[in-house]
Design a protein around this ligand. Sequence first.
Ligand code: SF4
Ligand code: SF4
Ligand code: SF4
Length: 313
Amino acid sequence: MAKSTQLHEPDLAVLTKTGILRQKQPNYYVMRIKAVAGDLSARQLSCIAAVAEQYGKGVLHLSTRQGVEIHNVHRDNLEKALLELQQAGVEMGASGSRVRVIVACPGEETCKWGVFETKKIARELDKRYFNQDTPSKFKMAVTGCSNNCTKATENDIGIRGAIEPEWDASSCCDCGVCVKFCPVQAITRKPVGRGKNKGYRYDIDRKRCINCSICTKQCPSKAWVVGQQGYNLYIGGTMGKIPRFASLLKKQVEGEAELYDLIDKALSCYRKHGRKKERFGHMIDRIGLQAVKDEILGESPESPKNGPPLAGS
Ligand code: SF4
Ligand code: SF4
Ligand code: SF4
């Protein structure tokens, strides 16, 4: 007869820190699977489905953060289910006061609006930060453009692809498409010169521009080209009981090295000042956005590159 695989309480205490959550039904658990950027292979998914058939109730639950959960697993079966998942290279997610699984949209891999490789950044964030302890839960999302499909501004750290468009006068056919399509009316046509030298130019109000890339993608003459390309970095977004829209920490972070350096500093700042169970955004509201920005950016007054805080900050 097979030996009992029942887990004892201390083991379960550890497991609940690694994506295994107690259900309200005594002795039943939720197994939260890790899917960085929402990606799982077909092989992994079929193993997850088989485990749900065998040890759950044959149903998978898709969470709001791109996760897959197997519900209704009895504690006696947790160890066997975990082993089978591990054998297919399936990892567990996280719960409690720590960095959760990183969410990302497809980005430029398949989306025509994407301005960078969101999944590559998500995988790197996973390697650097996943499951690290924090004062409260800590969520990160990567979104490929200002459409913000992953709701990066509702996360403790939100990374959004951003470009700075540049106008090339020699290519422009003066069709006006860019003025029509810019979602924030940042582009204006201005007359220049007089008499024979009379002409026009298209200008951008850089403060108004949300770095979305619509002009560079819609211009039929390729007269708007991508200048700088980078990431807008947001901090302190959260949903839950007290929702808070994220604040812009820095516009146009230019490279991955700077991005991770700023995220390291944001996490250090949160660990230093955050109270137990206090979300990052609520800590920011308690001690002041400018003080937090000064500490993370290491500069005061604010860099001219940094835009105003977003609504709700
Ligand atoms: S955020 Fe942009 S890049 Fe990402 S899926 Fe949405 S439209 Fe595409
Ligand atoms: S990047 Fe977007 S917001 Fe900025 S000027 Fe172009 S269309 Fe307008
Ligand atoms: S869409 Fe392109 S070609 Fe048309 S007015 Fe704008 S910059 Fe010029």
